[in-house]
Design a protein around this ligand. Structure first.
Ligand SMILES: CC(C)(COP(=O)(O)OP(=O)(O)OC[C@H]1O[C@@H](n2cnc3c(N)ncnc32)[C@H](O)[C@@H]1OP(=O)(O)O)[C@@H](O)C(=O)NCCC(=O)NCCS
Length: 176
């Protein structure tokens, strides 16, 4: 599903386009992005191409590249996915793929714009996501956006020998 171009204070959200395919190759092999996507190793080229195409053509996903506003430099991506029209819900996720741009406010502002688009333009009733207990940045941006914790699955994931918990966050739109 194609999104629309949106402008924030620090960045532009660009409806996903093949122009940025090479940037995804770098982002998807970056350590923290891989971990957040639960990839134990970088995707093979064919798998990555399929994943990339789905983000543009799938009817239940809307994906955007995050471009720094002043330089137009692509710094990551975000998406609304698993859109379920019957119950008007979807998952949301943000990935600042370039580590130099993390913890500078881009993730919080991206999530804010992405949620506004999902709730008021796509008119979804609820949004949700699952965040690993070790991911302090993601926990912080979802709480700040007003998501509430609605459950934790313990030892739901594993990195090396260490288990981690997955907390589910939800945001319900009471107006529709
Ligand atoms: C998680 C992520 C999207 C957050 O975006 P970001 O631009 O880095 O985050 P922001 O700068 O907007 O906000 C970070 C928040 O985390 C806090 N924080 C947590 N750990 C931190 C750390 N190690 N260093 C700095 N700030 C940290 C900050 O204080 C800030 O909260 P505050 O605004 O209440 O002070 C980004 O770091 C990222 O892409 N990480 C890798 C992929 C990932 O985990 N994606 C999540 C999938 S849902």
């Amino acid at each position: 599903m194609k999104g629309k171009k949106m402008t924030g204070v620090k960045f532009i959200l660009n409806p996903s386009s093949s122009k940025y395919y090479e940037n995804y190759t770098a982002w998807l092999s970056e350590n923290l992005v891989m971990r957040a996507m639960e990839l134990s190793e970088p995707m093979q080229e064919a798998q990555q191409k399929k994943w990339f195409r789905q983000g543009i053509t799938s009817t239940n996903t809307v994906r955007f590249e995050i471009l720094e506003k002043s330089t137009k430099k692509p710094i990551g991506f975000c998406l609304i996915h698993d859109i379920d029209e019957r119950i008007s819900t979807a998952k949301v996720a943000v990935y600042i793929g370039d580590p130099n741009y993390r913890f500078r406010g881009y993730g919080s502002e991206t999530l804010n714009l992405l949620c506004k688009y999902a709730l008021y333009e796509l008119k979804l009733h609820s949004l949700w996501c699952e965040v690993p207990s070790y991911n302090s940045g993601a926990l912080s941006i979802f709480r700040k956006q007003g998501f509430t914790e609605c459950g934790t699955r313990h030892h739901a994931g594993k990195i090396g020998d260490e288990y981690y918990n997955l907390t589910t966050f939800e945001l319900i739109n009471q107006s529709h």
